[in-house]
Design a protein around this ligand. Structure first.
Ligand SMILES: [Ca+2]
Ligand SMILES: [Ca+2]
Length: 324
C-alpha cells in the first residue's frame, strides 16, 4: 500500500493545481469492475481476462491459435459519498501507459492501416456495466448499447510517450452522482476494432494489481457556498481590488480602484465565512494595510482569507493568503 500512498502524494503535489480550501481524494480501481476483454477471430468469441498486471488495448496476432485478437480494457471506481457541504469540481482519470507497439515493433504508437490514413487514437467511453465485468459487457460503450452513457468522449492516449495518461472525466462523474450510481466506469479502446493486418498494435497500461502505478480517479472537491461563490457573480466590471504581497507574511496592502463616488466598506472574512476585520470607507484612501489581526488585535492563524469590498450595487472579492 505504501507505493500507492507515495504515488498519491506525488500526484497531489505535481499534477493537481494547489489551491487552498480544496480537498483532493484519490480512488483506486475496483477489481470487480476492472479487466480486459478480448475478441478471438479463430473462436469468433470474446474471452475475459480479469487478472494480471498487464492490460492491453489494441490488437495482436496469436501464433498458437492462428488469428487476430483484439482487446479492450475496462476500469471502474467506487464513488464515495461526501457531505452536502462539499461539491465535486473536477474528476480526472489517470492510467499509466508503460508499453507501446506499432505493427509488431516495440516502441512506436499503434500503426493502423485504415483507409484515408492511420491516425487512430486510444479513446474512452463512459459505460454502465453494473457491479461486475462480464464477457457480455464487450459492447458497452458502443453507440446504441444499453450500457453506453457516452461513446468516445475523449482521447486517453495519442502518443508513444510512456507515463501517466490523464483524461478529464468531471462531466461523467457528475452524471454518475446525479444518477445515484455507486461507481463510475470506463472502457478504453481504439476507435476501430482492429486493422486485421496480422501485425500487433498495442498500448499497455498498468492494472489495479500493479503496486506502483495503478489506475486512479482523482476527485477535487470544494466547500459549497464559499465566500468567493457568494459574492463573485455580482462583482463590478469597473472596480477592482489588488492585494500585495500575496501570499503575505507581516501584512498585506489592499488597493481599491473605482470610478464610483460612494466607496462602501471593506471586510475581511475567514475561509469559513466569519468576519474578522473591516474598514469603513467614505472615500477611497489607498492603500489599506492589514496585519492579519482581528478586531481585538489578536493575530489570526495562517491560511486563506477573503477581502470583500461591498459597494452600492456590487461586491468584489479578493482571495489573500497569510503565511506566518
Ligand atoms: Ca497495423
Ligand atoms: Ca494490427
Amino acid at each position: 500500500m505504501i507505493p500507492k500512498i507515495i504515488a498519491t502524494i506525488l500526484l497531489s503535489l505535481i499534477l493537481i493545481p494547489a489551491a487552498f480550501g480544496q480537498i483532493v481524494d484519490t480512488l483506486y480501481t475496483n477489481p470487480n469492475m476492472e479487466g480486459g476483454l478480448s475478441y478471438y477471430e479463430c473462436y469468433n468469441s470474446v474471452l475475459y481476462f480479469p487478472y494480471g498486471t498487464i492490460k492491453s488495448v489494441g490488437d495482436a496476432y496469436n501464433y498458437y491459435e492462428t488469428g487476430v485478437i483484439f482487446g479492450r480494457y475496462y476500469v471502474g471506481f467506487d464513488l464515495p459519498l461526501y457531505p452536502d457541504s462539499l461539491e465535486l469540481i473536477q474528476a480526472d482519470l489517470f492510467l499509466y501507459q508503460w508499453g507501446c507497439m506499432g505493427n509488431g515493433v516495440i516502441g512506436p504508437f499503434p500503426i493502423w492501416d485504415v483507409p484515408g490514413g492511420d491516425t487512430v487514437f486510444c479513446v474512452a467511453d463512459h459505460i454502465d456495466i453494473g457491479p461486475f465485468l462480464y464477457i457480455d459487457d464487450w459492447e458497452a460503450g458502443d453507440p446504441g448499447n444499453v450500457g453506453t452513457f457516452q461513446s468516445n468522449f475523449g482521447l486517453l492516449s495519442s502518443d508513444s510517450i510512456l507515463g501517466w495518461k490523464t483524461l478529464n472525466v468531471t462531466d461523467q462523474a457528475l452524471q454518475d452522482y446525479e444518477l445515484l450510481r455507486e461507481w463510475t466506469q470506463f472502457r478504453i479502446r481504439f476507435e476501430i476494432d482492429t486493422d486485421w493486418d496480422y501485425y500487433q498494435d498495442l498500448l499497455y497500461f498498468c492494472s489495479g494489481e500493479h503496486t506502483v502505478n495503478p489506475p486512479m480517479l482523482v476527485l477535487t472537491l470544494e466547500p459549497k457556498n464559499s465566500i468567493a461563490d457568494r459574492f463573485g457573480e455580482k462583482a463590478s466590471m469597473y472596480s477592482e481590488i489588488s492585494a500585495y504581497p500575496n501570499p503575505f507574511n507581516d501584512g498585506v496592502f489592499i488597493e481599491l480602484t473605482t470610478p464610483l463616488k460612494s466607496a462602501g466598506d471593506l471586510t475581511v472574512y475567514s475561509l469559513e465565512g466569519k468576519e474578522v476585520f473591516s474598514y469603513i470607507i467614505n472615500s477611497v484612501n489607498n492603500p489599506y494595510y492589514w496585519e492579519g489581526r482581528d478586531y481585538n488585535g489578536s493575530l489570526l492563524p495562517s491560511g486563506i482569507y477573503f477581502v470583500v469590498w461591498r459597494m452600492e450595487n456590487s461586491e468584489i472579492v479578493e482571495k489573500i493568503v497569510m503565511c506566518k
